[in-house]
Each structure stands twice: as structure tokens, then as C-alpha cells.
Design a protein around this ligand. Structure first.
Ligand SMILES: [Zn+2]
Length: 105
């Protein structure tokens, strides 16, 4: 989630034991199961992978392109790709959070 008043950041969970970040934020670390605290992280990262989905549930427009983005903080987050462009593998992107979805493009 974007931090109100701080559009250059996203909200992530930071593990209190292993220190790793995860998005979307959650109460438990997906790596070790310890507790987390909410922190702000930068929006920058690189495209790790992407795919275009041609068959979607009823009511969801198709095709839709989604990308896995590795943020500079170390967390990976699945993002909806907007703008109709295919993302460049390993290309620099900025993730934003709007209407409950992480987005690039
Ligand atoms: Zn952990």
C-alpha cells in the first residue's frame, strides 16, 4: 500500500527475526513465521518475470499482463501491468498501489 502523504513509498512488512521484507504486508513473516512490523520501503525495483493472462474469471477484462517485481528492499510483489506495454525483463520500474492492487506501467 502507498503511505498517505508519502507517495514515493510503499508499505511492507519487515520481519522482527530475520529482517526480510514482504508485500503485501502481513502479520507473519512468509520466510520464518516470526512476527512483523509495518515499514515504508522504496517503490523502485526490477521486473523478474511477467505473463499475459488470456482467460480470466467472468467480469475480469482479458488479456491482462502481470509482472513479478523484485523491489530494492528484497521483497517480490505481483503487479498488474498497465498501459498495454510488455515489461522489459530486468527493467527498472516503480510500483504504485491503487484500488487495492500493486501496479506498474
Ligand atoms: Zn522472518
Amino acid at each position: 500500500m502507498s503511505v498517505p502523504g508519502r507517495p514515493e513509498t510503499l508499505e511492507a512488512s519487515r520481519c522482527t527475526a530475520c529482517g526480510r521484507h514482504s508485500l503485501p504486508p502481513g502479520p507473519r513473516c512468509p520466510h520464518c513465521g516470526a512476527g512483523t512490523r509495518l515499514v515504508e520501503v522504496g517503490r523502485g525495483g526490477r521486473v523478474l518475470s511477467w505473463t499475459t493472462v488470456h482467460v480470466t474469471p467472468e467480469g475480469v477484462p482479458a488479456p491482462r499482463t502481470v509482472a513479478l517485481v523484485g523491489l530494492d528492499c528484497g521483497a517480490a510483489v505481483l503487479c498488474l501491468v498497465e498501459g498495454g506495454r510488455v515489461p522489459e525483463m530486468a527493467g527498472r520500474v516503480e510500483v504504485r498501489f491503487a484500488d487495492g492492487v500493486h501496479r506498474i506501467g
